[in-house]
Ligand binder design. Structure first.
Ligand code: DX5
Ligand code: ZN
Length: 214
C-alpha cells in the first residue's frame, strides 16, 4: 500500500481557497489536514469550524482534523459534523479513552496525537481505540519548522506495536516533511504524511507524486 498524503491547509493561499481546493483535487490528494489552534494548548490561533463546514460543503476530499486545543472533549461534537478523521492531543487534558470512544460513536475515524516530548509507549494502551495515531515531528503550533529526527523511532515503535496487536491503525507524521525527510518517515513506518509548506508553495501535483512513489 503506498503512503497516503495529507496536505496541511495552514500553508494554503486563503484569498484563493477555491483554487487551492481545485489544486488538491487535481493532485488526487488522499485527504486534507486541517489544523485547529486555540492559542492556549499551542501559542498560536488558526481557524475553526465555520471554515471547516464550508470546505466540507465544497469538496469530497476526506478531512483530517488535527485539534491543537485545550480540553478537546468540549468540541468533539461540533467538529465531528464535518471531520472524517478527528484527532486530538494526548496531552490536552481530556479523558483519552472517553474522547476516542465518542469520536467513533459520532461516526468519525479517531486519531490520537502526541507531541515531541511524549513517548510512543504512553499511548500503546489506547491503540485499539485509534483508527490513526499522529506523531508530531515539530512542536505543534506553527508551519514551516524543521523536522525533528527524534520522532522517527516513535513512528517505528507505534507501527510495530500496531502490527503486533493485529490492528489496522494508521501512523501519521506531521511537521517539517519535505523531499529529504519524507523518505526517512516512510522508512520508519509512516502510513500518512502531512506536509504544508512543501506542497502548497510550489507544484503540488509533482511533489505529491514524488511522495507517493516513496
Ligand atoms: C503544526 C501543524 C502542521 C503544520 C505542518 O502545528 O500541525 O500540520 O501545518 O507544516 P509544515 O509541513 O510546513 O511543517
Ligand atoms: Zn497538523
Amino acid at each position: 500500500m503506498s503512503v497516503k498524503i495529507s496536505p496541511s491547509l495552514l500553508a494554503a493561499d486563503f484569498i484563493n481557497l477555491k483554487n487551492e481546493l481545485e489544486r488538491l483535487e487535481a493532485s488526487k490528494t488522499d485527504m486534507l489536514h486541517f489544523d485547529v489552534m486555540d492559542g492556549i494548548f499551542v501559542p498560536n490561533i488558526s481557524f475553526a469550524n465555520p471554515i471547516l463546514k464550508q470546505i466540507k460543503e465544497s469538496t469530497n476530499i476526506p478531512l483530517d482534523v488535527h485539534l491543537m486545543i485545550d480540553r478537546p472533549h468540549r468540541y468533539i461534537k461540533d467538529f465531528a459534523k464535518y471531520a472524517d478523521f478527528l484527532g486530538f492531543h494526548f496531552e490536552a487534558g481530556s479523558d483519552v479513552k472517553e474522547t476516542l470512544e465518542e469520536i467513533r460513536a459520532l461516526g468519525c475515524k479517531s486519531c490520537l496525537t502526541i507531541k515531541p516530548k511524549t513517548k510512543a509507549e504512553e499511548i500503546f494502551e489506547f491503540l485499539p481505540l485509534c483508527d490513526m495515531v499522529l506523531v508530531m515531528s515539530v512542536e505543534p503550533g506553527f508551519g514551516g519548522q524543521s523536522f525533528m529526527p527524534e520522532s522517527l523511532p516513535k513512528v517505528t515503535a507505534l507501527s510495530q506495536e500496531i502490527q503486533r496487536l493485529g490492528l489496522n491503525t494508521l501512523v501519521e507524521i506531521d511537521g517539517g516533511i519535505n523531499g529529504e525527510t519524507a523518505p526517512l518517515a516512510v522508512k520508519a513506518g509512516a502510513d500518512v504524511l502531512v506536509a504544508g509548506s512543501y506542497l502548497f508553495t510550489t507544484d503540488m501535483k509533482d511533489r505529491m507524486e514524488y511522495l507517493r512513489s516513496l
